[in-house]
Design a protein around this ligand. Structure first.
Ligand code: GLY
Length: 350
């Protein structure tokens, strides 16, 4: 099974390895590099090795969002250079969103760009991060502030990797799938709202990639429509960055943070666009049944609001949100008042 995007394709199932082997041989790359992190090097690379039929050299990085930084890129650029990479080299990223975002960025910038392929191993990377060409790194605690949009040559989705995934990471990816329902298909949100197991989710992964692929194919550079993929992410990223920065707080996984963001932005949708309050309540109950509830004191809320100034969708100093008119009907470039943001946190905590 294949889903095409603007300049790339996502290949599903165990046959994807045959396609990879064929592609590497057909392109006569000068050298092939495989990037993993400390987790995927241990848990996923052995599985990949049993399918890969070409020679390659390994690159690695430390696992975790705190390593999605320029220092990791410098180390990888140096390794590529020392190991003789040239413009005809290929980089294959095997990992979750940090590896595919950072590895993609390293590939796009090394010698002004070499080919790269993403092999996502987390649910989040399968349904979101590895598809659509957003590559990049964090700047301090600010998420994805530096990067380039360039699609990988291909994305291989082998769902066997999900067996290696901790439950919390599974839930994190699940939030992006629920988002696909909220922005495009009410029935899909309903179907996922009971929280499906890893065994039940497989056909839905293909569906979610289809939703994402359709949007990015129409607007790869995020001039308009692609912004809908950021529903829940304006406040979600601010919450995630705040918790990443705070030494006295437990970090939130991306999906846990954007689940909070989607509840908050559902409430903002009620205030700004007349989104039905009962739909916002439903969204809150679905997410709070799956994700841990986080307590926000007054200081934390004001720190999160300050973080909004760094959102990548901001224009002319205005913080812009994606809000919902109805489930499946997103509207982008929406401004909201600070009063309503404070009320949204009350709604989340009530
Ligand atoms: N993760 C949102 C996007 O790819 O546009």
């Amino acid at each position: 099974m294949v889903i095409k995007t603007k300049h790339s394709e996502v290949i599903f199932g165990s046959d994807c390895w045959k396609t990879l082997n064929r592609c590497v041989h057909a392109n006569s790359y000068s050298t092939v590099f495989v990037l993993t992190d400390t987790n995927t090097g241990l848990h996923c690379l052995p599985q990949a090795n049993s399918k890969i039929e070409f020679d390659y050299q390994t690159l690695d990085m430390q696992a975790g969002e705190e390593n999605k930084h320029i220092q990791s890129c410098v180390s990888l650029w140096n390794s590529l250079s020392e190991m003789g990479a040239d413009r005809r080299s290929l980089l294959i990223n095997i990992g979750g969103g940090v590896v595919t975002d950072l590895g993609g960025f390293v590939a796009c910038t090394f010698k002004r760009g070499i080919d790269f392929i993403n092999i996502p191993t987390s649910l989040l990377a399968m349904v979101d991060a590895s598809v659509g060409g957003k590559t990049g790194i964090d700047l301090g605690a600010l998420k994805n502030q530096v990067g380039i949009i360039k699609e990988p040559s291909m994305v291989l989705v082998d769902t066997d990797f999900l067996d290696t995934l901790p439950d919390s990471e599974y839930r994190s990816g699940y939030a992006e799938m629920l988002k696909h329902g909220l922005i495009q298909e009410p029935a899909y949100f309903e179907a996922l709202s009971g929280f499906l197991s890893k065994a039940e989710i497989l056909p839905h992964i293909h569906h979610s990639v289809g939703v994402k692929a359709k949007v990015v194919s129409e607007d790869i550079d995020e001039q308009g429509l692609r912004k809908i993929l950021n529903f829940g992410h304006t406040l979600g990223h601010a919450v995630e960055s705040h918790f990443l920065n705070a030494t006295d707080k437990t970090r939130l996984l991306h999906g846990e943070a954007i689940a909070i963001g989607m509840i908050l932005e559902a409430f903002l949708s009620v205030k700004a666009l007349g989104f039905p309050l009962e739909s916002a309540d439903k969204i809150k109950h679905v997410f709070q049944a799956i994700y841990p509830k986080v307590y926000f004191d007054k200081d934390t809320i004001s720190e999160v609001i300050k973080m909004l100034m760094h959102d990548k969708k901001n224009e002319n100093g205005n913080v812009l949100f994606v809000l919902l008119k109805a489930i499946g009907e997103p509207v982008w470039n929406q401004s909201v008042s600070e009063k309503h943001i404070l009320e949204a946190f009350d709604f989340y905590q009530a």
